[in-house]
Ligand binder design. Structure first.
Ligand code: GRF
Length: 200
């Protein structure tokens, strides 16, 4: 009789940390992917920088969350975030609005990724977040938009692009309708990229 040792591997499960500031619908797609075993990993913790609904999702799924208040001492936040992310395989910014400190980025090179609701390098940078991104896309008369997952570097939305999904912008689109269209794509792209990176 043979035994399938691959099913009893002693390799530790991969883990990742999620950072969010808002409703956490992208965070929810990662929770779902882990719970249905599409992503073979553990969500180590959720980190938030303000009161937000994402923490309710964490609590509902028994995921620890940490509140990293922006009014805290900078060194305290850097140390706390570094500690939380130690020995994890990936750090996923899923609608996280704070800029991650350069010291944290330096310690976790090419381990921090972000999802942005536009086709970078267009419509990124300071002030380009939330509905503002979609308003700018409509104002510019673009025929396409979409979402981008990229590595986080020292700039704002400037890190290497990992993957993108496109949507068509139609004449009747408003910033709100475009946001909804793009969000549908974000919910598919983010778990797919996290899965791919954790399987490397
Ligand atoms: C998403 O559009 C994401 O791309 C952007 O912020 C939004 C967060 O949405 N960075 P949610 O909190 O995941 O619902």
């Amino acid at each position: 009789m043979t035994t399938d040792l691959s099913r009893h591997s002693s390799r530790p499960k991969k883990s990742f940390v999620v950072l969010a500031s808002g409703s956490g619908s992208n965070f929810q797609t990662l929770i779902d992917a882990v719970e249905n075993a599409n992503i073979d990993a553990v969500i180590r913790a959720l980190v938030v920088d303000r009161p937000c609904y994402a923490t309710c999702r964490a609590a509902d799924h028994r995921i620890n969350y940490v509140e990293l208040w922006r009014k805290n001492d900078v060194a305290f936040n850097v140390n706390l975030l570094t500690h939380i992310c130690q020995n994890t395989d990936l750090i996923v910014c899923a609608g996280y609005l704070s800029i991650i400190h350069a010291d944290v980025i330096a310690q976790f090179k090419r381990k921090i990724i972000n999802i942005h609701p536009a086709l970078l390098p267009k419509f990124g940078g300071a002030g380009m977040y939330g509905i503002r991104v979609h308003q700018a896309v409509i104002a510019a008369g673009e025929s396409q938009s979409g979402c981008t997952v990229h590595y986080v570097d020292d700039g704002i939305d400037t890190g290497d692009i990992i993957a993108q999904r496109k949507v068509n912008v139609t004449p009747d689109d408003t910033a709100d309708s475009l946001q909804q269209k793009v969000l549908v794509q974000e919910h598919q792209l983010l778990p797919a990229v996290v899965k791919q990176l954790l399987e490397q």
